[in-house]
Design a protein around this ligand. Structure first.
Ligand code: AMP
Length: 434
């Protein structure tokens, strides 16, 4: 009797990857990634995707959503077995708003599919189209793409979407924010009617529901985290600082705290450049990443940041969207975003997949209204602590003065040993309670 109970209990809870009925090559790759159990979105989404249902999932980056759609898609392709495939005709299309996110999704597809023969490629703008055209001359199973470059290929007839069986629209909310709605509609018209569609979005506001009606058929709805869940996990603080002092204060804090990996958000591309220049001038290894940089520069900055070559990455919201940096310990809001939801996205770069993280916001009096709106959204007040001492407040420098013209005003010397406090890299095994 007890045995029967135990057995049925095991069947009713999906607490391991093996119980999700994934094939051995996928389980092996999952184990090598250090994952011990599926995250909540994976537990909820994978069975429905495997059953062939359309899915509408409320999940933001950091929840493990990429594996939530990638694993069952790989499983479905494995179950189909080898079959005749045409060049330039993917079976799976994953559409995503930014180049960085596209590159990361491809990395996930390849990581989880490393013990299979499933083929994949990525396409996005800002890079030479010719290598993509060459790659499309071979059969590919999974295509990860941003909308603009995908449509370029369609118009050049190098890509044919008529064989797509599974369509994933990732970060749908951000797609709409970035004005991709017309491109999405064009792409929808190129897909076969008969297909499985999965839509992922951090929020289900009315516009997303309307978009979903056009994309999905009788979708199963799953939801794992309200936007404020991340906000509960990340330790957040605010320093009230005049806008004109922020650069000095931040430079001082980074050097004094020995932060070895910090992602800093600015509102504008110019602001990102100026701040990065100032930090470099103060002896820190910093780089800026934003839409005006070439793809090569963005990739290099991101790689250097991930590998620890640079310790500060200054980014705008769009450039940082979806960045997945393993165990990122620290996020700074150099300015608060106007849209409160962006604050949650920003601090969600840290504290991913259940890890702890810290977020510091430098807030000028002018920004207090944004702070109030953010606190209303996350339903808690953020601790305000005084900015650290040890820096000389700027008197003469207006906020927009180029950093190159600024004189160093720090009492303390640039700390050449900033990377020195970096702890030994933690194991890749992450906790699963996120
Ligand atoms: P995502 O939300 O897809 O961007 O994933 C966020 C992070 O969670 C990535 O670094 C993944 O490698 C990691 N992750 C995904 N699934 C799991 C899992 N089951 N256990 C631990 N970490 C995971």
């Amino acid at each position: 009797m007890r045995l029967v109970w135990l057995w049925s209990h095991c069947l009713s809870t999906v607490s391991s990857f093996a119980s999700l009925n994934l094939a051995q090559p996928l389980l092996q790759a999952i184990e090598q990634s250090g994952y011990t159990e599926p995250t909540p979105i994976q537990q909820k989404a994978i069975p429905h995707v495997l059953a062939g249902a359309d899915l509408m999932a409320a999940a933001q980056t950091g929840t493990g959503k990429t594996a939530g759609f990638t694993l069952p898609i790989l499983q479905q392709l494995l179950e189909q077995g080898p079959r005749q495939r045409k060049a330039g005709c993917p079976q799976v299309l994953i559409l995503t708003p930014t180049r960085e996110l596209a590159a990361q999704i491809l990395e996930s597809v390849r990581t989880y599919g490393r013990h299979t023969k499933i083929t994949s490629m990525v396409m996005f703008g800002g890079v030479n189209i010719n290598p993509q055209i060459t790659a499309l001359k071979k059969p590919i199973d999974i295509l990860v793409a941003t909308p603009g470059r995908l449509l370029d290929h369609v118009s050049q007839k190098t890509l044919d979407l008529s064989q797509v069986e599974v369509f994933v629209l990732d970060e749908a909310d951000r797609m709409l924010d970035m004005g991709f709605i017309r491109d999405i509609k064009k792409i929808m018209r190129l897909l076969p009617q008969q297909r499985q569609s999965l839509l992922f979005s951090a929020t289900f506001v009315d516009e997303i529901r309307e978009l979903a009606r056009g994309v999905l058929r009788n979708p199963v709805e799953v939801s794992v985290s309200a936007p404020n869940t991340t906000a509960q996990r990340v330790h957040q603080t605010v320093h009230l600082v005049d806008q004109s002092d922020k650069r000095d204060v931040l430079s001082h804090i980074i050097r004094e705290s020995g932060w070895y990996q910090v992602l800093v958000f600015t509102r504008t591309k110019h602001g990102a450049n100026r701040l990065a220049e100032k930090l470099v001038k103060d002896g820190l290894q910093a780089a800026a990443i934003h839409g005006n940089k070439s793809q090569a520069a963005r990739t290099r900055a991101l790689d250097d940041f991930k590998s620890g070559k640079i310790s500060v990455l200054v980014a705008t919201d769009i450039a940082a969207r979806g960045l997945d940096i393993d165990q990122l310990p620290q996020v700074v809001n150099f300015e608060l975003p106007n849209v409160p939801e962006d604050y949650v996205h920003r601090i969600g770069r840290t504290g991913r997949a259940g890890a702890a993280g810290q977020a510091l916001s430098l807030v000028d009096r002018e920004e207090l209204k944004h702070l109030k709106a953010i606190e209303r959204l996350i339903k808690k007040s953020i601790e305000q602590t005084p900015a650290p001492k040890g820096w000389t407040p700027s008197v003469a420098s207006p906020p927009d003065r180029p950093a190159a013209a600024a004189k160093p005003r720090h009492r303390s010397r640039p700390n050449a040993a900033v990377g020195a406090r970096k702890p030994a890299r933690q194991s890749n095994v992450r906790s699963l309670n996120g």
